[in-house]
Write a protein that binds this ligand. Structure first.
Ligand code: 5AD
Ligand code: SF4
Length: 452
């Protein structure tokens, strides 16, 4: 009998990847995915703990699910509720205490045991947040279902950097790199299933240091991310590669050279800097300075002049002065970002910065965030406006919001809309960019014989 599975995914792309793997893991047990919680036999929240109020959001979501579950039980049906991901890892016991109607709680490193957990959950709630395991990849199904032309592939997980504001080292565990052979096999399967672009994922993806495949002259060597990218670029029909999220400290020469030499590697890089003040960067334990970041950007631009940059920023880190904040604005002006994410510092329980003295008052954080975002938005608008009149290769990967429209990405990760038949989804097509919105571009497909 078919059982219905509803997964709600919060947070980062790693969670999106995990949710896809969970669905693949449950398919042999008869679970088919559905788009809504109503009527589902298993509802799974794949949670994120990175910033504020994540846990509170989950509890309110669980409140709604409790009513749904009660209604189903009233009709004699069973509905299982599972909480997975980083909130589950951080607050496992508390979730079961506060929401006793939850059937399963498991962390990011244990979901390969889900079939067994489901069997046990038939009699009583299951908690599995053993930590860290880093072994799950050996127990996930080999089959990958690439539902779209673009896919995610986790190559590295966890983080050993311990930035003082960040929960990741506590929820995802120690840094772990998958062996290159397993990654290449997974990428081949994704390409065979129709993926034309793969984004390599890792919390600290460019710290990648997996074992090389055991059939080359470099047997037993360690591969860096640049080596892995070169190998993946040889897979037929895989036209585009991306990776995220990087750390400025780990941009090594093999990676810079890959940006220079590998045409499949897209000219876009998300490289979080967090702050432009050396004092704050040191307090954050970032292990790089603003000058190091500027120099890294220069190396990358030297290798790939059109590379577009994205970043993450935190304003109002404990002790951040006006001068520190101005140094961040200076760095933004110097580098120039195609897009960026910026956040007010939010204390995460259990991290060193949460208990630091000199917490910055909320109104100061809000005012700084508004100023930073104004500058970043202006840079993004200018970057998008500069695309108008150019022909860009766009990989279309889904239907647009309006009929007759499809949506894809430019090499620089800009979202591009065009009027075209859905049959073009999965193709990389030259598109003349005709208009720029703050967050997307509009364009017209150029006939192939006119394409540059
Ligand atoms: N407060 C605010 N922003 C944070 N981030 C991570 N932890 C915090 C925090 N405690 C931001 C960082 C990181 C991004 C994923 O989230 O900028 O790069
Ligand atoms: Fe968190 Fe990234 Fe720092 Fe690791 S490198 S601790 S994931 S912000």
């Amino acid at each position: 009998m078919i059982k219905r599975l509803f997964i709600k995914t919060y947070g980062c792309q790693m969670n999106v990847y995990d949710s896809a793997r969970i669905a693949e893991l449950l398919a042999p047990l008869g679970y088919a995915e559905t788009g809504q919680a109503e009527g589902a036999d298993l509802v799974l929240l794949n949670t994120c703990h990175i910033r504020e109020k994540a846990a509170e959001k989950i509890y309110s979501e669980l409140g709604a699910l409790r009513r749904l579950k009660a209604a189903r039980e009233h009709r004699g049906d069973r509905m299982l509720i599972a909480v997975a991901g980083c909130v589950a890892q951080a607050e496992g016991e508390e979730i079961l205490a506060r929401a006793p109607f939850v059937d399963l709680v498991f962390g990011p490193q244990t979901y390969h045991r889900l079939p067994d957990m489901l069997a046990r959950a038939a009699t009583r709630p299951v908690l599995d947040v053993e930590f860290p395991a880093a072994a799950k990849f050996d127990h996930l199904p080999a089959r990958r279902s690439a539902a779209r032309a673009t896919a995610f592939l986790t190559v590295q997980e966890g983080c050993d950097k311990f930035c003082t504001f960040c929960v990741v080292p506590y929820t995802r565990g120690a840094e772990y790199s998958r062996p290159a052979a397993a990654i290449i096999a997974e990428a081949r399967r994704l390409a065979e299933e129709g993926a034309r672009e793969i984004t390599l994922l890792g919390q600290n993806v460019n710290a990648y240091h997996g074992t090389a495949p055991l059939n080359g002259a470099d047997d037993g060597d360690e591969w860096r991310l640049g080596d892995l990218i070169r190998a993946l670029a040889k897979i037929p029909d895989l036209h585009r590669l991306r990776y995220t999220t990087s750390h400025p400290r780990d941009v090594d020469e093999t990676l810079v050279a890959a940006h220079r030499d590998v045409p499949q590697l897209m000219p876009f890089l998300h490289l979080p800097v967090q702050s432009g003040s050396d004092r704050i960067l040191a307090a954050m334990n970032r292990r790089h300075t603003a000058a190091h970041y500027r120099a890294t950007v220069a190396r990358l631009r030297n290798a790939r002049p059109d590379i577009a940059l994205s970043s993450d920023f935190i304003v109002g880190y404990p002790g951040e002065s006006d001068d520190d904040f101005n140094a961040t604005l200076d760095l933004v002006r110097d580098v120039g970002f195609a897009q960026a994410f910026s956040f007010k510092y939010s204390p995460r329980p259990g991290t060193p910065a949460a208990t630091a003295p000199e917490q910055v008052p909320e109104p100061v954080k809000a005012e700084r965030l508004a100023r930073l975002q104004e500058l970043l938005r202006a840079q993004q608008r200018a970057f998008n406006a500069a695309s108008v009149g150019r022909v860009l290769p766009v990989l279309f990967d889904k239907p647009g919001r309006h009929r007759g429209q499809i949506v894809g990405r430019s090499p620089y990760l800009q979202s591009v809309h065009a009027a075209a038949e859905a049959a073009r989804i999965g193709d990389i097509v030259p598109v003349m960019i005709t208009a720029a919105e703050p967050n997307s571009l509009a364009g017209a497909i150029v006939a192939r014989d006119r394409a540059a």
